[in-house]
Design a protein around this ligand. Sequence first.
Ligand SMILES: Cc1ncc(COP(=O)(O)O)c(C=O)c1O
Length: 414
Amino acid sequence: MRSVSILSSAARTARGSNDLFEKCRNFTRPRDLQDAGLYLYFGVFNDHKGCAPGEIRMRNRKVLMFGSNDYLGLTTHPKVMEAAIEAVRRYGSGCSGSRLLNGTLDLHVEVEARLAALVHKEAAMIFGTGFQANYAALSAITDKGEVMLCDHNLHASLVEGALRSPARTVRFRHNDMEHLERCLENCSPEEKVLIVSEGVFSMEGDLADLPGIVRLAKKYQARTYVDEAHGIGVLGATGAGTAEHLGVLDEMDIVMGTFSKSLATVGGFVASEQAVVDYLKHTARPFVFSASLAPASVAAVRAALDIIREEPDRQRRLLAVAQRLRVELRARGCYVLEGETPIVPVVVANELDLCRLCKALLEDGIYVNPVLRPAATQNLLRISCTAAHTDAHVDRLVEAIIRLAKKLDIPLSD
Ligand SMILES: Cc1ncc(COP(=O)(O)O)c(C=O)c1O
């Protein structure tokens, strides 16, 4: 037997092309971009030492940050940082267990109640990331014989959750209520339906027609799920998100949010009626079989929620900065997608041009993210505004975009 196994392993060695890792070695896209000097990913940032709000250090020089989802500028707010430090002192650096067993702190329970109240639901549950929240909730709440009707432009975490679910998934055209109604009509009467949308779409920054979704959900007896990753802290009179802004918060059945944007840390949550949350707490495998969120992050969320309530000016400032940027860019002929959120996407038709522009901006001291198809329907310079930005920052960004696009001969109009 021994000699057979040696022979077969020798035979495998001889078949060098049968190596599982071969695909990795042949994966040259990043290297090709590096060779062309246009690889823009995994840039390394340093700390905020000596930086004003809105800036960060990168390669030990100050960079103006227009690529962060820290919409309210709270990641460096003294109260948020102090809350995280105090939680580490009080609870330690982690919980070392699942929420189901030894991983639930009084802090988790308190913040879950605060989140539920924010989005007008009976209960909420915290996850390790926003991705995990969507993936776990969508895959666990739907069963065989049920249907999920998903907007075409959903975030990967929702798409993965839908793929993992045994339910049938149908994608309706982006924000197209007529198409959604046709999809609803095509469901059989026995099929129970969940309609899934983002509140603010993450790449293009546009708002979902949540009132339209709610109307159709009522008409066809469907349930609704809204991802408020980019809505919470940004929209709505109390910062509860898009559904609050559009007057349908109470009608949404499940509201999901992340902590990695306005709430200034990492993690996510899902809120709904108590029975739904209890069901998910016992059936959503990424929740049951994963350790609970670290105390520092939970405490940071609590502090961020306090600030959202106490400093509503941040939200106003954020939206004003984004509006100013949109107006200034359009006045100079840029093709900026419609929207009212802090995500200001400028269309740069050619992929290579977009990478060249981002690289030139960075050399000029401004960081902006490129979004390449198919992550969005068009190649986008995805500018992300925060409450930390000043009018002077906006003016500097606009001047740099126009100057550099002209120098590099990159068209920015439609
Ligand atoms: C719409 C949307 N949902 C979910 C997520 C995942 O959230 P997190 O990064 O907190 O895991 C993101 C993150 O970018 C997002 O944009």
